[in-house]
Design a protein around this ligand. Structure first.
Ligand code: 5AD
Ligand code: SF4
Ligand code: FES
Length: 330
């Protein structure tokens, strides 16, 4: 365990990176083992009422070609993924009001007829909605805090409220979800100190999962001219998160692979134990452009499953067969 001061020092000093990555790898091996959990990701709507400055799906981006995948088609995608052996499905979308409480509950119930754990990643909703989704069978929820720096949060999220995001995380915990959060690394004006605070925040709220990715500027956003985040710094924040929260689930994120051709494998060797392969039908993939040059936009669910399976094997690890609940609960 490191103090805040030590975390900041480690983040600033690039001479000990190899030591940090191997300590994170050892911590991962001792606490969660060599199995890698695959979570099949369905990007079911790119319509969003929010205006996050960094995101290509933001409401004001008129160049985005919007789509919604309706229930029957979602179920087909999930069935195929379940047939391929996926034990967790992640439903992700922009904050799209079309999916009312009742519509989500119907989708959740149908998915839970398959032998899968279900994660939702659909943004800020009311306590009542979160409760309805939980009662319908949802197991986990992902909602990144994005940054714990309140000033930066305000700059990046016009019309959003940091305290409401905290409220969401708290409600989800209270309702018994496994809760995933995380942050972006390399946002304009983000400080090293705030990254250390992000890591301490993950501990404080007892996150079950933490996803960390570099910021990648999107041409159709107000941050189009900003510098992209550093792959190495994102990897360091991730490695420190593993050391500080030894038994949680940590994905090797798609954004890492977008900045580095071998990014996910490097992440899996530096503390990560989860991969979230895209199981969305190929026709929609290019349209879910949170950031440019996203990987796998020309690939299909079977191709991604085989690709990632081979990569995992190549580093002497294996695809875990259980649901991958946190803290090794099976
Ligand atoms: N670069 C990297 N990650 C991004 N996200 C949104 N926009 C970008 C971007 N330009 C991340 C956010 C969000 C997740 C779904 O995608 O952290 O929580
Ligand atoms: Fe919407 Fe999420 Fe993109 Fe923000 S990050 S604009 S909430 S899809
Ligand atoms: Fe999609 Fe490699 S994971 S092609």
């Amino acid at each position: 365990m490191f103090t805040k001061k030590e975390i900041i020092e480690i983040l600033k000093d690039d001479t000990k990176n190899e030591w940090l990555f191997s300590l994170a790898d050892k911590t991962r091996k001792e606490n969660v083992g060599d199995g890698i959990h695959l979570r099949g990701l369905v990007e079911f709507s790119n319509i969003c009422k929010c205006n996050c400055k960094y995101c290509g799906l933001r409401k004001d981006n008129n160049n985005a070609d919007r789509y919604r995948i309706l229930k029957d088609e979602i179920i087909k995608i999930v069935k195929h993924a379940s047939d391929m052996g996926y034990k967790t499905i992640v439903l992700q979308s922009g904050e799209d009001g079309y999916y009312t409480t009742d519509k989500m509950v119907e989708i959740i119930k149908s998915i839970k007829e398959f032998d899968v754990a279900l994660t939702l990643s659909i943004g800020e909703r009311s306590y009542e909605d979160y409760k309805a989704f939980k009662d319908a069978g949802a197991d986990r929820y992902l909602i990144r805090i994005e940054t714990t720096d309140k000033n930066l949060y305000k700059q990046m999220h016009p019309n959003m409220d940091f305290d409401n995001r905290l409220r969401c995380l708290k409600d989800l915990k209270t309702l018994g979800y496994e809760v995933g959060t995380g942050c972006l690394v390399g946002l304009p004006n983000q400080t090293t100190e705030s990254l250390a605070d992000d890591i301490l925040f993950f501990r404080e709220i007892q996150a079950d999962m933490v996803g960390i990715g570099p910021f990648i500027p999107h041409p159709d956003t107000p941050l189009n001219n900003a510098d992209k985040g550093s792959f190495t710094l994102a990897l360091k924040v991730m490695a420190l998160t593993r050391i500080m929260l030894p038994d949680i689930n940590i994905p090797a994120t798609t954004a890492m692979e977008t900045l580095h051709p071998n990014g996910r494998i490097i992440a899996l060797k530096s503390g990560a134990n989860v991969v979230m392969p895209n199981i969305t039908t190929q026709q929609y993939r290019a349209k879910y452009e949170i950031y440019p040059d996203k990987i796998c936009v020309n690939d299909n669910p079977d191709k991604c499953r085989n690709c990632i399976g081979a990569k995992i094997k190549s580093i002497g690890r294996f695809v875990a067969e259980n649901y991958g609940f946190s803290h090794n609960k099976g």
